[in-house]
Design a protein around this ligand. Structure first.
Ligand code: NAP
Ligand code: ZN
Ligand code: ZN
Length: 352
């Protein structure tokens, strides 16, 4: 075991605070990583505040990790000390079920092990995430980071990137399609970039008038203010595909009504409350409503390599570790431009 420092929530109502803990020494297949940067996902906030009603405290969030390998176990062949690597939302799965064999570990039938708030399959301990100085992960769940990209701006690709890349690929979004992205936050801004890179006609839906220019700069062909009822009415029945990345309660039927016949709306945003769907929103035009969870390890590597080739990273705002609660507050005000990333060099060693 070795000593780590980090930030943890100790209860749903508690502010994140410095936290000392230990991590396991490397097992034969493990990689020990010194964390350089960790992105701040809205899921971290949902989890820290128990909005999904399954948080185990203390909870060290963070699943958009970029760091350097410092040590490897005896069986590790893919990595060596000094390599720049990434860890996303997954650190293990059963590796035997149909979904794991298909490289879709996020849908593991036994249940994947989350980077935080998961349970280690070997020793039963609760996993702690990337708001910390170091992490130990099985080599099969460690990603190679392209060397030509800014490592801090790569961190958000490990969740926001793959969560938007995967459904856009699965539903074969591309040229000739009119595609909507709902919500310009961490996920949404990556959705805009990927949909544009895949050749679609991209329309951003935002509640924030202040984000129109940024939406266009990030790659949208058009920006629609979703609180403008006339503007929304003009878009009815015009979309092949819509990706909804909204973190809060909102009217899902307003977006289903924008789909063409046989269009699909994929929900990736995970609000605490249920989203009520009117049957006729789907029936009238044979529309589909679907969901998608992050992405598997092979596709995450494919996404990182795609980003390396095309020079794609997140637009980030770097913060100090002790600014995390301010970042959460801004996130709740939809004031993220467009992903906070913690500079882990600002994590002070804690006493005791
Ligand atoms: P974020 O950075 O906070 O972005 C969310 C955006 O949603 C906001 O910037 C805002 O964009 C819009 N929004 C917020 N409140 C709204 C409201 N009341 N009505 C309409 N729009 C609203 O969050 P994120 O990190 O991108 O995460 C988004 C959601 O995806 C979270 O629920 C997160 O837990 C979930 N998530 C899911 C997966 C998955 O695998 N499915 C993976 C990661 C995250 P505008 O200002 O443009 O309106
Ligand atoms: Zn996330
Ligand atoms: Zn499995």
């Amino acid at each position: 075991m070795f000593a780590c420092t980090g930030y943890a929530a100790t209860a749903a109502e508690a502010r994140l605070a410095p936290f000392s803990f230990t991590r396991r020494d490397v097992r034969p297949d493990d990689v020990q990583i010194e964390i350089l940067y960790c992105g701040v996902c809205h899921s971290d906030l949902h989890q820290a505040r128990n909005e999904w009603h399954n948080t185990v405290y203390p909870c060290v969030p963070g699943h958009e990790i970029v760091g350097r390998v410092v040590e490897t176990g005896g069986n590790v062949t893919r990595f060596r000390a000094g390599d720049l690597v990434g860890v996303g939302c997954l650190v293990d799965s059963c590796r035997e079920c149909r979904n794991c064999r298909d490289g879709l570990e996020q849908y593991c039938e036994v249940g994947f092990v989350g980077t935080y708030n998961g349970r280690d399959r070997q020793d039963g301990s609760i996993t702690y995430g990337g708001y910390s100085s170091a992490v130990v992960v099985d080599q099969s769940f460690v990603l190679k980071v392209p060397g030509n990209l800014d490592p801090a701006a790569v961190a958000p690709l490990l969740c926001a990137g793959i969560t938007t890349y995967s459904p856009l690929r699965h539903w074969k979004v591309g040229p000739g399609q009119r595609v909507g992205i709902v919500g310009l936050g961490g996920l949404g801004h990556m959705g805009v970039k990927f949909a544009r890179a895949f050749g679609a006609e991209v329309v951003l839906f935002t509640t924030s008038a202040s984000k129109v220019e940024d939406g266009l700069r990030l790659g949208a062909h058009e920006v629609v203010l979703s609180r403008d009822a006339d503007a929304m009415a003009r878009e009815a029945g015009r979309f092949d595909f819509i990706l909804d990345a909204v973190a809060a309660d909102h009217d899902i039927n307003a977006y289903l009504n924008l789909l063409k016949r046989d269009g699909t709306l994929v929900q990736v945003g995970a609000p605490e409350e249920k989203l009520p769907i009117a049957a006729f929103s789907l029936i009238l035009k044979r529309r589909s409503f679907a969901g998608s969870l992050i992405g598997g390890i092979p596709e995450t590597q494919e996404m990182l390599d795609f980003c390396g080739t095309h020079g794609i990273t997140a637009d980030i705002e770097m913060i100090r570790m002790d600014e995390i609660e301010d970042a959460y507050a801004r996130m709740l005000r939809s004031d993220v431009k467009y992903r906070f990333v913690i500079d882990m060099a600002t994590l002070q060693p804690t006493a005791g």
